[in-house]
Design a protein around this ligand. Structure first.
Ligand code: CA
Length: 639
């Protein structure tokens, strides 16, 4: 009885409708979503704590079976309270419980045809999608828009016109009216800084083979940013730019996460909350750490003897996986690979192998080629991998965000699961809910990653900026294969030549906590066993890669970040500083019990880590200090 009363109360308080206007509130009442139809056009707007997050922004979709852009009227709406509890193992949290207000309404066009729009209003997120009842729907475009208040600053990565691999630098604090680098808008996620330190993060989730990967258009004064589809030149010009759905299907969810500070951005699980697994895992996929010779020893290291050195390094460190990069088929060969895999397994290590995604969608020459693009070849290859005990694959060089690429990602994932293989993607799109949709998916690059730290000194200079920005943006919505907690001081095999790494050792160690992926690259070289302090080696040996909870503590995208992640009963609090001056802060750690001692890693004067034991007082406040391009780690075992 009490539940029914509560339910009615929610309905009455959070739902108001007139002929052309609907208003609903989040469970905590702080979010107000307003839907209106004005002059035949549909709009949604969002207020949080009585302040504008989104000004009236367009809703509408254009298809072969109907056009819902203009001449619309609002019909048939329903509000319900939703709640859900679920577990996951590959992301920033292991258990989620949420409540949300669900609004479903229909828009009728001048032919009296209807499209259904569903909104989920959470306490710090809003998500929406379209549903069209018909067979074979071709979606020619959407006018779904995001119009922020004028003073808003944008943190955006521009989209590459052809072969987008989400490898363009995020520009911070830019005017929304700036033009994008290649004139085709911006990739997801897109971060916005609103007045009075409010923040918003826009992305999409639930994108499978049934849709294209969307992005945001350039800014327009009328609509702000509008959902845009792939360019015709993607996928070497092959395939449609728009999605085709067989039967009544939903579009992906477009999501916006917001709040009065950056906490909801770091902590959101909205990209996982709205999707369900597409298949069961065929085996119990193991989290872990991998080493990767290619980053610093480069192509020369793709040979049997060097890979033995990395397997031996892994065995000493207790790391689970060794990734062998491109050209292994020519430089090691299949027979020797079977032998190498056997050797690795004898040391408690498993191999992961690199593949070109190609087929006819890309013309990248690196080998092995033509083994991942169609089913027969894939089956044969994966069966062979399974027979020699390979743990996973890294598939590289995808051709864009058209539906043909989304189909290829899904086919690779689906088949890899049949053979018990983990999958990492590089040169690829942003994963959109894939950690849940595809249980053997690990993470994607989709970022200007460690390879650029190796190749270009200026990118090494920018590493602290990148790694303090992504927790609030790219890595807030999906796992990220940055490609390594880098331990060499110089980006070279001899650790003496070429340019130096610009970060301290503690920065790198802390990045292994800040950067989230289920299988983390630890970019250690065999020489690091001799040249690193024992406390750093011990830290890496024990670094977890799965997290039960993630909490925001402090930070500003591109300047510094402090966050806490819990692994079982232990909290790992990590900070990275990209600013020029040493940062001295007193932080309150509500998750750490007072009157106990915690391990505190900081930087000493020569850039190595220094480990101390620090007493936490009754209010659990800790003074921390982060040098320029340095960091800190606190490990609190709450036993
Ligand atoms: Ca890349």
């Amino acid at each position: 009885m009490r539940i029914q009363i509560l339910y009615l109360f929610v309905l009455l308080v959070s739902f108001a409708i007139s002929a052309d206007n609907i208003s609903v509130k989040s469970p905590d009442k702080k979010v107000v979503l307003n839907i209106k139809v004005d002059n035949g056009k549909a709009y949604y707007s969002i207020k949080y704590d009585n302040c504008d997050i989104l000004l009236p922004s367009r809703l509408g979709i254009k298809t072969n079976v109907g056009d819902w852009i203009d001449n619309l009227s609002l019909t048939n709406s329903k509000v319900t309270k939703e709640s859900r509890k679920y577990d996951m193992s590959h992301t920033k949290a292991s258990h989620v419980e949420y409540e949300a207000t669900k609004l479903v309404f229909k828009l009728a066009n001048c032919d009296n045809k209807e499209v259904t729009i569903t909104f989920m209003v959470f306490n710090n997120d809003v998500a929406f999608r379209y549903t069209i009842q018909s067979s074979k729907i071709m979606v020619y475009g959407e006018i779904s828009s995001f119009r922020f208040p004028d003073s808003t600053k944008a943190f955006l990565s521009h989209k590459q016109k052809t072969n987008p691999s989400y490898e363009r630098i995020y520009q911070a604090d830019k005017s929304m009216t700036d033009k994008s680098g290649e004139g085709v808008g911006y990739v997801f996620p897109a971060l916005f800084h609103l007045e009075n330190d409010r923040w918003a993060l826009v992305t999409e989730t639930g994108v499978t083979s049934k849709y294209v990967g969307s992005h945001l258009s350039d800014f327009s004064n009328d609509n702000g940013y509008t959902i845009a589809y792939p360019d015709k030149e993607e996928s070497s010009g092959k395939g449609d730019t728009y999605p085709t759905m067989e039967g009544s299907e939903n579009t992906p969810w477009r999501t916006i996460t917001f709040g009065n500070d950056l906490r909801p951005i770091i902590e959101t699980t909205v990209t996982f909350d709205l999707v369900e697994p597409l298949y069961e895992p065929s085996i119990d996929y193991k989290p872990g750490r991998y080493t990767w010779s290619w980053l610093i020893w480069q192509l020369d290291s793709i040979n049997y003897d060097d890979q033995v050195k990395y397997i031996d390094l892994n065995a000493k460190m207790g790391f689970e996986y060794v990734l062998i990069d491109a050209e292994w088929d020519n430089r090691i060969g299949r027979d020797k690979m079977a032998q190498l895999s056997k050797y690795a397994q004898s040391k408690g290590v498993q191999l992961m192998l690199w593949y070109n995604s190609n087929g006819n969608l890309n013309n990248v020459y690196q080998s092995p080629r033509d083994l991942m693009h169609e089913k027969n070849a894939r089956d044969k290859e994966m069966k062979w991998m399974q027979s020699i005990g390979i743990a996973g694959i890294k598939v590289d060089f995808f051709a864009g965000d058209k539906q043909n690429s989304m189909q290829l990602y899904e086919d690779i994932l689906y088949d890899a699961n049949r053979y018990g293989l983990l999958v990492i993607f590089h040169g690829c799109t942003l994963p959109r809910g894939w950690e849940i949709l595809y249980p053997n998916f690990v993470s994607s690059e989709a970022v200007v990653a460690s390879e650029m730290v190796y190749f270009v000194e200026n990118d090494a200079n920018r590493e602290p900026y990148d790694l303090t920005l992504h927790p609030f943006c790219r890595n807030a919505v999906a796992s990220m294969d940055w490609g390594g907690v880098i331990m060499n001081r110089k980006l070279s095999k001899d650790n003496k030549s070429r340019h130096s790494r610009k970060t301290t050792d503690t920065f790198e160690l802390a990045s292994g906590i800040v950067t989230q992926t289920f299988v983390q690259c630890i970019e250690m070289q065999p020489n690091n066993l001799d040249d690193l302090p024992q406390i750093e080696i011990d830290f890496l040996k024990n670094l977890p890669t799965t997290w039960d909870e993630t909490k925001f503590i402090d930070g500003y995208p591109g300047k510094f970040v402090i966050l806490a992640r819990r692994h079982k009963q232990t909290w790992y609090i990590a900070g990275l500083n990209a600013e020029n001056d040493t940062k001295n802060l007193e932080i309150k750690l509500s998750m750490v019990k007072g009157d106990s001692k915690v391990d505190y890693y900081t930087d000493n004067n020569d850039g190595y880590s220094y480990l101390d034991s620090v007493k936490v007082d009754i209010n659990s406040k800790i003074k921390i200090s982060m040098k320029h391009n340095g960091g800190f780690i606190i490990i609190a075992k709450n036993e």
